[in-house]
Design a protein around this ligand. Structure first.
Ligand code: NAD
Length: 494
């Protein structure tokens, strides 16, 4: 589609920001709204319902009723499968509409909203739909005078609280396994990008997910999010977001009804490139492409690059040549690879870290400033700091923007030690042609995912989540069912 056509579609966009409860679009009970502003150009996209504790009560009651009368959990798995696959098909049929909502709401380039976000999100729903009638329970090897069954049952009412960086995909990672397992869901998208989640709820209903089974409450974290985390009738909360809020979620679960609480949190992932890496060009391309993808707003972005000193100059030469390709552009132009930063707050945070890096003495080799200000939107140049020291804040804290910190090393064990020295443990990578070295490094790296000689491999079949303060849960793969099911043992006397 041409850029002009995307702009015409954006101009005609009529996004509905009302909540979705029990199969209906509704205003917040308080009648309050907030404006959703597009980071692409500052335009107002929608008035969004500012849900709070009253709406949370209504949605949880609807979800509980739907769970208890078994309108979803009681369906044969093959029927749930058919409905979820129809849901995925509808997402594909509405690919352009969903992609446009995502781009306008959070700023990512339209080419990726279409080819990555909608594509992966529908694939996730489809994959869990397909899994629904292929998972068997167990019979325990007990003595002859008894039969002991070990069965998975849905946990009940699942609250899902998600961030804004991949709004639709994070929603899919929660609702896919939660719905496939037979739960009812109340999803709270981020206040910064709620529109695609709301549309997903309508498509799910159209596909045949019964009313009340999938509810969406837009609103602020300390209002709707907190009310969900504290609710006495929510059985499980699946949270993706910052480590700071993740800690509060665990506390609120403990303070209320000990709901199962799963957290997928922040990261400061280390990418270690050894001098014997098999393909320096590929390592550079991957390091640069991965940190600037999604404007650097990826939890697993390799934001700390450790380069062996003997190849540091060659590496940086190549990197600096590539960086201009990632300059921010119009997110509605299909050629653009770097879009807008989600909002003013995030913009200030990222620019603040850039200033912090400069004053700490790191060498700014690329970027470092706001861009495209004439557009009315929020953009930052792809930024690279060399000469970063492990003690600097830009090497320790999650920036969540297009900023790469380069550190050099001479001893791999020392690099691994430094890589492990943050509170995070989401992802890491090592590049070397020596497989024994790669295996030793991948064993030593304390991270949920370790990449060897690439950074971008991803698939719904593998779990995703963190060690340490990157969280306690795993999204994706069949392991995600562990979060949304209870194990029941039934002893039968023979
Ligand atoms: P955030 O923690 O500010 O917000 C996440 C969600 O929590 C939002 O819906 C927000 O409204 C809600 N929230 C905020 N305060 C709350 C409270 N007191 N009680 C209940 N809910 C509350 O995070 P963010 O800025 O939206 O997202 C960025 C973060 O998400 C980054 O740290 C990133 O690394 C992380 N992330 C992690 C993964 C992963 O899989 N590990 C994936 C994507 C993003």
């Amino acid at each position: 589609m041409t850029t002009t056509t995307w702009h015409e579609r954006a101009a005609a966009l009529n996004a509905d920001g009302r909540a979705f409860i029990d199969g209906w679009r509704v205003d917040a009970r308080s009648g309050l709204c907030f404006d959703s502003l597009s980071p692409v150009d500052g335009r107002k996209l929608a008035e969004v319902a500012r849900c709070d504790v009253l709406d949370v009560d209504l949605a949880v009651t609807a979800a509980r009723r739907a769970f208890e009368d078994r309108r979803w959990a009681g369906k044969p798995p093959a029927e749930r499968k058919r409905i979820l696959i129809r849901f995925a098909d509808l997402m594909l049929a509405h690919r352009d509409e969903l992609a446009l909502l995502e781009t306008m709401d959070m700023g990512k380039p339209i080419r990726y909203s279409r080819s990555v976000d909608v594509q992966l999100a529908q694939n996730c729903i489809r994959w869990y739909g397909e899994a629904t009638d292929k998972i068997y329970d167990q019979v325990a090897p007990t003595s002859e005078d008894s039969l002991a069954l070990i069965q998975r049952e849905p946990v009940g009412v699942v609250a899902a609280v998600i961030p804004w960086n991949y709004p639709m995909l994070m929603a899919a990672w929660k609702i896919g396994p939660a719905l496939a397992a037979g739960n009812s869901v109340v999803l709270k998208p981020s206040e910064k990008a709620p529109l695609s989640s709301l549309r997903l709820a309508e498509l799910a209903l159209e596909a045949g997910v019964p009313a009340g089974v999938f509810n969406v409450l837009p609103g602020y974290g300390d209002e709707a999010g907190k009310a969900l985390a504290l609710h006495m009738d929510v059985d499980c909360i699946g949270f993706t977001g910052s480590t700071r809020v993740g800690k509060q979620i665990l506390q609120m679960a403990g303070q209320s009804n000990l709901k199962r609480a799963w957290t997928e949190l922040g990261g400061k992932s280390a990418n270690i490139v050894c001098a014997d890496c098999p393909d320096l060009d590929a390592a550079v391309e991957s390091a640069i492409g991965s940190i600037y993808f999604n404007q650097g707003e990826s939890c697993n972005a390799p934001s700390r690059l450790f380069v062996e000193e003997s190849i540091r100059e060659a590496f940086l030469d190549k990197a600096l040549k590539l960086i201009p390709r990632h300059a921010p552009g119009d997110p509605l132009d299909e050629e653009t690879v770097m879009g807008a930063i989600v909002d003013q707050t995030q913009m200030k945070t990222v620019l603040g870290y850039i200033e912090e890096g400069k004053s700490a003495g790191a060498r700014l080799l690329a970027g470092g400033a706001a861009a495209r200000q004439e557009s009315g939107g929020l953009y930052i140049e792809p930024t690279l700091f060399d000469g970063v020291d492990g003690s600097m804040r830009i090497a320790r804290e999650e920036i969540f923007g297009p900023v790469l910190s380069v550190l050099s090393f001479t001893d791999l064990d020392e690099a691994i030690k430094q890589a492990n020295s943050t509170p995070y443990g989401l992802a890491a990578a090592v590049w070397t042609r020596d497989m024994s070295k790669a295996i030793r490094a991948s064993r030593a790296l304390r991270a949920g995912t370790v990449h060897v000689n690439q950074y971008d491999n991803d698939d719904i079949t593998v779990p995703f989540g963190g060690y340490k303060q990157s969280g306690n849960g795993r999204d994706k793969s069949l392991h995600a069912f562990d979060k949304y099911t209870e194990l029941k043992t039934t002893w039968i006397q023979v």
